[in-house]
Design a protein around this ligand. Structure first.
Ligand SMILES: [Mn+2]
Length: 298
């Protein structure tokens, strides 16, 4: 479907592709990597599907009443390392994001499988110092090793909490090893599960209290309910709806400084482009909240 010359189109389409790198505030980094997927394949097509969808999306944000792209969104050529080891891919993403951070850019990484976040988060952490990672995900992904590598997507949470304090929200799938890790004496990872969101009226307070002032957000699209986001490698029932997700993001943007984010694990479906558009609009809306939503409270 969306495989024809995908990167000629930039995120946001015509208008925002006119921006050059020097003038851009935000730089989109597509990483179509799929090296350790365990079930449904196709995340390598995620970035091109998101970018394609973005060129058919309204660039006027009807909630915020702004044209978010006007602050300058630049899309880099993809970091395409399909046959590389996860370690090599992680270090390539690290180098790119590190350069962007030293240039004062705000990084938005789009995957690809969830391991693409590791290098990005390491680079952002080194640049901004003390920060938290907010992981919106169905899965805890806290195994130390899976399929013979520490860089499997099932180990992402574990790697991330080695870089910065981790708070996971929307979790509804936990392995025995994940659980033992979470219950262990030295664990500082905080989990606000899908069940907490349903049953604990203080869940939002708990999420905010767990986060430091600076926050990097990593969004695994399987955090959404499968009814609106079926295009993921490992779907789990019982996920978040669109407006709940927006409320969570608004809450975090209002109370914290967001230092970067990524959106990963889109695995486009033949014959259903709705998930691609969801992912594209999610990125745009979150950029809107971060760059226009804070001062302009409606
Ligand atoms: Mn997941």
């Amino acid at each position: 479907m969306f495989n024809k010359n995908p990167y000629i189109v930039k995120y946001g389409g015509g208008d925002s592709s006119a921006v050059d790198l020097e003038k851009a505030k935000v730089v989109v980094v597509p990483v179509p990597y799929e090296g350790t997927v365990t079930y449904r394949q196709g995340t390598r097509n995620g970035p091109s599907a998101i970018i394609e969808a973005s060129s058919n999306m309204e660039l006027f944000d009807e909630e915020l009443n702004v044209e978010t792209h006007k602050m300058g969104i630049y899309t880099l050529p993809p970091i395409d390392l399909s046959n590389a080891s996860p370690e090599n891919m992680v270090s390539a993403v690290y180098k790119t994001v590190k350069d962007l951070m030293s240039g004062g850019k705000f990084p938005v990484v789009i995957g690809g499988e969830h391991t693409v976040s590791i290098g990005a988060i390491k680079a952002v952490k080194e640049s901004v110092g003390e920060m938290s990672v907010l992981q919106l995900d169905a899965h805890s992904d806290l195994r130390n090793e899976y399929g013979g590598t520490k860089f499997n997507h099932a180990c992402v949470g574990r790697r991330l909490q080695e870089i910065a304090p981790l708070t996971q929200v929307g979790i509804r799938s936990v392995s025995r090893e994940d659980k033992e890790f979470l219950d262990g004496p030295n664990n500082i990872t905080r989990v606000v599960s899908a069940y907490d969101i349903l049953n604990d009226s203080l869940w939002d307070r708990k999420m905010q209290d767990a986060l430091k002032d600076k926050v990097y957000i990593t969004i695994d699209l399987d955090v959404f309910d499968v009814s609106i986001m079926p295009a993921v490698g490992t779907p789990e029932p019982g996920g978040l709806g669109w407006y709940l997700m927006l409320d969570i993001l608004k809450l975090v943007v209002q109370s914290k400084e967001i230092v970067g984010f990524d959106v990963v694990e889109l695995s486009p479906l033949d014959g259903n482009v709705a998930p691609d558009f969801l992912a594209s609009k999610l990125i745009y809306r979150l950029l809107g909240y971060i760059f226009y939503g804070k001062s302009k409270k409606k």
